[in-house]
Ligand binder design. Structure first.
Ligand code: A3P
Length: 304
């Protein structure tokens, strides 16, 4: 709604890639950094449900699953607005006059479904104080890297990723928006037993969506009938979401997201990294991965 409604204000506007700033060392959009005190002070509600994830881990997919659970499988209700208007993206500050995530969230009656890519240490403390439920989605690093590379190519709201070769190193060094994949997934993993956090893997959702949707429903204390569960699986399948303008980001003007460069709903598979990584890159990646993940109990599948 916000983007289509405001697209006319932009006219032939050419989108500049954003400048980046840092909050406690984590690279974030400069505009997010400028409004950081307001974001940090965000007031969560006990009934709010937060979908948190590193970029490209399946955030939008989980948002659709949570929305369907919340709406008892009512597909028409879940088509009420595009993803970004249904579930405010907390830390996003779009160019004026598009409302920021905070403005959208504050204009919405709680309990709300919210979205964030923030690493755990940057989550506004009121989420913990109010004991809001958080669903964290994690995806293996290799597929995240590939998906993020293509997303940064098509989305002018993020820095230019440069060449694949350069991006490979940039991602490993954590110099991408929202920072290091390693710190993100392990940070949330280490926090999960201290708070109301359900930690879900993208690969498990691809393997058995019904099972994972049921896990989410139990966490949200919702009893799902077989019929509703079936509707959730159909409505949130890759193809259904790719065809759904309320879930596929096609409502964002093309000067921001250009799906002809790479569609938002790109492949939706586990193991696409094999089509991108050179043998030498894979070796470098595995070595760095081993070093960074040493000592954690968190494990990922890079193929099914
Ligand atoms: P790919 O680029 O690998 O296709 P996010 O929402 O966090 O930005 O994640 C986007 C990634 O999740 C994209 O990955 C997208 O295709 C994938 N995705 C979205 N909905 C999906 C679904 N229903 N099934 C499988 N993958 C999905």
């Amino acid at each position: 709604m916000a983007f289509e409604r405001n697209a006319r204000y932009f006219g032939s506007y050419v989108m500049q890639r954003p400048a980046m700033g840092r909050i406690t060392g984590v690279p974030l959009d400069q505009k997010t950094c400028e409004t950081w005190p307001d974001i940090w002070g965000f007031q969560a509600h006990p009934g709010d449900v937060l979908v948190a994830a590193y970029p490209k881990a399946g955030t939008t997919w989980m948002q659709e699953v949570v929305d369907m659970i919340h709406e008892d499988g009512d597909v028409a209700r879940c088509r009420r607005a595009p993803t970004y208007d249904r579930h405010p993206f907390l830390e996003v500050v779009a160019p004026k006059p598009v409302p920021s995530g905070l403005q959208l969230a504050e204009a919405m009656e709680p309990p709300r479904i919210l979205k964030t890519h923030l690493p755990v240490q940057l989550l506004p403390p009121s989420f913990w104080e109010k004991k809001s439920k958080v669903i964290y989605v994690a995806r293996n690093a290799k597929d995240c890297l590939v998906s993020y590379f293509h997303f940064q190519r098509m989305n002018k709201g993020l820095p230019d990723p440069g060449s694949w070769e350069n991006y490979f190193s940039t991602f490993l060094s954590g110099e991408v928006p929202w920072g290091s994949w390693f710190e993100h997934v392990t940070g949330w993993w280490n926090a999960k037993d201290r708070h109301q956090i359900l930690y879900i893997f993208y690969e498990d959702m691809v393997e058995d969506l019904r099972r994972e949707a049921q896990k989410v429903a139990r966490f949200l204390e919702k009893d799902l009938s077989e019929d509703v569960l079936e509707k959730i699986c159909q409505h949130t399948s890759f193809q259904a979401m790719k065809d759904n303008p309320m879930a596929n980001y096609s409502t964002i003007p093309t000067f921001v997201m250009d799906h002809s460069i790479s569609p938002f709903m790109r492949k939706g598979i586990v193991g696409d990294w094999k089509n991108h990584f050179l043998v030498a890159q894979n070796e470098i990646f595995d070595e760095e991965y081993e070093r960074r993940m040493k000592g954690t109990t968190l494990t990922f599948r890079t193929q099914l």
